[in-house]
Design a protein around this ligand. Structure first.
Ligand SMILES: [Fe+2]
Ligand SMILES: [Fe+2]
Length: 262
């Protein structure tokens, strides 16, 4: 039996007032926090719960901090937020780390070494840092694990993605991000979705080699759903199409210097 709720939201209107469960199984839960960022650059913040441990994936900008906090407090006492995963340092991903640290200085910052060079520019460097570059997995007290898959130059040199071993969900950050003003939690038409992903990838992602190199690193990993930081969630039925999309992607310097490409 699947413990993922993602397919059940296909084509459904969801409320932004409450958080939306995406996965539940024996103390392990995943939520889409549903902040009402209704721009084309809509940011997705996610919450992973493992028993009494809570980790926010890409908490977002300072302007949504109060709303993200309010959403999390619908599930648990805010003191239970143990860590923030920051897939790179962009302000739409990471700026609210300063507000979370001001709220609770004990919060663990989980990120790559290259990202961590830049994070102190948000105003604090006195945090506990979990370096995914040194240890590519994080274990909850239950023994369940998150596995980090580095994604160099997609789009930041130190970008990485997070695979939740229990749910097989892949939190992909800016990879497979899509720009779209119409609001849908899950992709229903992949051909149309490709155009929305192109709007982001062609300008932001470094190159086809970077994209194919990342896909190669995912070899052998079974993916139930792809949860990007912008745009709709890609459900299992389109995961192979999504991998194929990245393999064939020509973007970034492939296009800017197309005359130099082989
Ligand atoms: Fe970014
Ligand atoms: Fe982003």
């Amino acid at each position: 039996m699947s413990h993922s709720y993602i397919d059940s939201y296909l084509g459904q209107e969801l409320t932004l007032e409450t958080i939306t469960p995406l996965y539940k199984n024996e103390g392990h839960e995943i939520y889409w926090l549903g902040i009402d960022d209704e721009t084309a650059f809509r940011c997705n913040a996610y919450l992973i719960k493992d028993n009494d441990e809570y980790i926010i994936v890409d908490p977002g900008s300072r302007s949504f901090f109060a709303q993200v906090q309010e959403r999390v407090s619908q599930i648990t006492d805010l003191k239970n937020v143990k860590g923030l995963i920051l897939c790179h340092q962009d302000p739409d991903v990471a700026a609210s780390m300063i507000d979370w640290l001001d709220f609770n200085p004990e919060i663990l910052i989980i990120s790559s070494a290259r990202t961590n060079v830049l994070l102190p520019h948000y105003g604090r460097s006195d945090y506990e840092f979990y370096d995914i570059t040194e240890d590519n997995s994080y274990s909850f007290k239950s023994g369940r694990k998150l596995t980090f898959v580095e994604a160099p130059f997609l789009h930041f040199p130190g970008a990485f993605t997070t695979y939740d071993n229990e749910s097989s969900f892949l939190f992909s950050g800016d990879i497979w991000a899509a720009l779209d003003i119409t609001w849908n939690l899950t992709v229903s038409d992949f051909e149309e979705h490709k155009m929305n992903m192109d709007l982001f990838h062609l300008d932001y992602m470094a190159s086809n080699v970077a994209a194919r190199g990342y896909v190669r690193q995912l070899d052998g990993i079974s993916i139930e759903a792809i949860l990007p930081q912008h745009g709709s969630i890609i459900p299992k039925g389109f995961v192979l199409d999504a991998l194929e999309y990245l393999k064939n992607l020509r973007c970034g310097v492939d296009l800017v210097y197309s005359d130099l490409s082989v």
